[in-house]
Each structure stands twice: as structure tokens, then as C-alpha cells.
Write a protein that binds this ligand. Structure first.
Ligand code: FEO
Length: 401
């Protein structure tokens, strides 16, 4: 049965949700599922904006067919070629042979990589600022390379102020009946997953996101239709402000995140004591993660959120303990910048992971190491408490508290 949602008089939601998926992109846990958004504009011409993942192809084709009500499909706009949105392009062209596929030249080339049909015979290539008049609507195409792949573009409907934003302003999480951000407590219930989605999926490409935000600032946006999660009507300003911070690598929380791993508890005991000392000095909203247990996508999102990051781990096989090594790699590969670090190393006979962590973190632009490194030999000793106090004093000072 079709499950279509009316967005405006002539714009329909024809996407679908997947709550059975274990790992999005085979990498990220999505306990609340994920939605693959697709939109159908029914003007004098009909326009489908993107397809969906093949996981929910049946629902999607029922929706498109019912939405069209027997009309032909004139255009398929392809904003992004990642298969969670593009998997069904070939099948759309097969079912609606008169359709013209509107996309960038780079997307056209990618269509040939993913499919074998003759895209050249049905493509309508577009570039920055090109427009398409569909009757009552004028669509403008805006290039958004690397948000999140090089072929990405977004579309602005000048008539309604709707931005079809591709992966930008998306989030993990299925659509649970409510389709709009003003139908939920978005800041309370959705912002954390939006941050985790942004930082892990697009976080590396801050500069390119900044370029898109600059272009978006010239548009009178009244509604954002992303490719994942809720349609944004109420929180546009807040979401844009968050995107600006995330893509500038500006922390949202002037506080401390402690990420640690501990084999037998000596390192964990130390960071628990340290966290308590921070609290006693008035630091609020302290966050702690055991990186061996918490998925790195969650810890990375908090690394983007917090101003000060304390890393504590064990020397293992003469290197950095594996789960911490993975998390540091995650920060480096996602291009995190401008963070203040403090390092705590442990090693029962040859602690060397501190300098190795520092070498990795120095690859990040704007890294600061603000307190002396603490070196544990198996467990924290009484005489080292002063060292922890120094870490607290230096960190609190760096936060301007
Ligand atoms: Fe949701 Fe980059 O695809």
C-alpha cells in the first residue's frame, strides 16, 4: 500500500524508512533506523527528487506510482549518487522511459559507473545557477561538491523557498509518522543524531560545507527537504547555526570530554578521579566515554562538540591501545580542528603511547596540548594527584572559567 505524505499542495513525500538496518554505510549503528527521503513535485511538469535505497524499493515504487496518479514522470533530479539515494535510477528510467535525468556532469559519469543503461540519451546536465521552470515553480540548481561526494548539487525552489539539500541537514533516524521538525521536540530529541550524522558523514569537508552555507545565505529559505530524516521548517536558523559551528570546527560546549580505554582499571580510576576534580572546580556537562565500549561515531560527535579533550589509554604491543588508536584515527580522518588536548598514558613497564598519541594528534590543524602529560605506571599513585590538579587548573584556565 502506498504511504505518501503531503508536504504542500503540490509536493509529496514519497520516501521510506528502514528500521532493520544494523549499520548505515556498513559503518554506523542506527538504533533509530534511517529514512531515505524522496520528493515528488506535481506541477505542470512532474519532478521526482532522488530515489531511495534498494532496501525499501517496493514501498518507493508504490509511492511514486500512486503519487503520479497516472501522469508521466517528466524529470528525475539526481542530487547525489550514493546508492542510499541513487540505487533505483535505472529502474525509474525503465518504468518511466520519457523521463529526463537532471544532474551534474560528474553525476552523469557516476551513473555510468553504477549502471549500464544509456544515460546519455536521457540526461539533462546542469551546472551552477541553471534553472528549470516546471510551470508554477522555478528550480535553481546549486553546486555543492563534497557535501558529501564530488557530484553533489542541491536545488532551490524559488517559488516556495524550499531547499532540497541532499545529504546536508540530514540526520540518522527513521521517520516516525511525524514528518516535520515542528511536530517534534527537535532540539531535545533529534539534534544529537543530526550532529552524529554530520560529523561522521560530512565532517571531513568543513570548507565545502562553508561554501554551501555561503550560497544558502543568499536564499530566502522557508523549508529544507533533506535526503535523510525530518523536513525542517521551524529550526532552520538553529540548524544553520549548528552547521556553521560544525563546519568551522568550533566547539559548542566549553567543557571537557574524557575519552579513555582501560584494560584492568588503573587508567579508568585515574580519569574518574580527574573528572570529579573538574566537577569540584565548577566544570559542567563533563562527558566521559570508554572508547572500547562506545561506538567511535558517538565519541567523534562529542569530540566536535567539546572544547577540551582528554585522552587516556594504555600502551599495548608498544603502541596505542587499539580502541584508542581507532578513535584517534577517526578524529584525524574526519579533520577535527582547533581542540585543546591533554594526554594520559599508562604502561606497566614501558609507557610510550603518550608521544605516539601526540604525534597523531599533531596532524590536526590547531591542536593545542595545554597541560603536562600524565604518565601512569599501572595505577595512579598518591604523589601524582598534584599532577591531576595541574591538569584541572590549566584546563579550567584554558576555558576561561
Ligand atoms: Fe545519504 Fe551521501 O548519502
Amino acid at each position: 500500500m502506498q504511504n505518501i505524505r503531503k508536504i504542500t499542495e503540490d509536493l509529496l513525500y514519497v520516501g521510506c524508512s528502514d528500521r532493520r538496518i544494523q549499520l548505515f554505510e556498513s559503518a554506523y549503528p542506527v538504533p533509530d533506523g534511517v529514512s531515505y527521503n524522496s520528493y515528488l513535485l506535481k506541477d505542470e511538469k512532474t519532478v521526482l527528487f532522488d530515489t531511495v535505497d534498494k532496501a525499501c524499493s517496493c514501498q518507493f515504487f508504490e509511492n511514486v506510482s500512486a503519487g503520479l496518479e497516472g501522469r508521466k514522470l517528466d524529470y528525475l533530479v539526481v542530487h547525489h549518487m550514493e546508492p542510499d539515494h541513487a540505487a533505483l535510477i535505472q529502474e525509474i528510467v525503465r518504468r518511466y522511459p520519457e523521463v529526463r535525468v537532471v544532474c551534474t556532469a560528474k553525476a552523469q559519469a557516476m551513473i555510468k559507473q553504477f549502471f549500464d543503461f544509456d544515460i546519455d540519451s536521457c540526461v539533462m546536465p546542469v551546472k551552477e545557477g541553471d534553472t528549470l521552470n516546471t510551470g508554477n515553480h522555478e528550480l535553481t540548481f546549486v553546486m555543492a561538491p563534497m557535501v558529501h561526494w564530488p557530484e553533489v548539487m542541491v536545488t532551490f525552489d524559488k517559488t516556495t523557498g524550499t531547499l532540497f539539500s541532499a545529504d546536508a541537514f540530514g540526520s540518522f533516524g527513521a521517520i516516525n509518522g511525524n514528518l516535520f521538525d515542528d511536530e517534534v521536540d527537535w532540539e531535545r530529541d533529534y539534534l544529537d543524531e543530526a550532529r552524529r550524522y554530520y560529523t561522521n558523514i560530512v565532517g571531513k569537508y568543513g570548507m565545502q560545507v562553508q561554501m554551501l552555507l555561503k550560497k544558502a545565505s543568499t536564499l530566502d529559505i522557508k523549508m529544507i527537504c533533506p535526503l535523510h530524516s525530518l523536513i525542517i521548517r521551524k529550526n532552520i536558523g538553529l540548524f544553520v547555526e549548528k552547521y556553521d559551528k560544525w563546519s568551522n570546527y568550533t566547539p559548542e560546549e566549553n567543557s571537557v570530554m574524557i575519552a579513555y580505554s582501560s584494560v584492568y582499571g588503573g587508567t579508568e580510576n585515574t580519569v574518574e578521579i580527574l573528572a570529579a576534580k573538574f566537577a569540584e572546580q565548577g566544570v559542567k556537562n563533563i562527558k566521559m566515554h570508554d572508547v572500547s565500549f562506545t561506538h567511535h561515531s558517538i565519541v567523534l560527535a562529542d569530540a566536535f562538540k567539546y572544547s577540551n579533550i582528554i585522552l587516556a589509554t594504555t600502551t599495548y604491543n608498544a603502541g596505542i591501545f587499539e580502541s584508542m588508536q581507532n578513535f584517534i584515527h577517526c578524529m584525524v580522518s574526519h579533520n577535527l580542528q582547533n581542540r585543546k588536548f591533554t594526554l594520559i598514558e599508562n604502561g606497566s613497564w614501558a609507557a610510550t603511547c603518550g608521544i605516539q598519541m601526540r604525534t597523531e594528534l599533531e596532524k590536526l590543524k590547531g591542536s593545542e596540548f595545554i597541560a603536562d602529560q600524565i604518565c601512569l605506571k599501572s595505577t595512579l599513585k598518591e604523589e601524582q594527584l598534584n599532577g591531576l590538579d595541574d591538569v584541572v587548573i590549566t584546563t579550567v584556565k584554558s576555558m576561561g572559567l
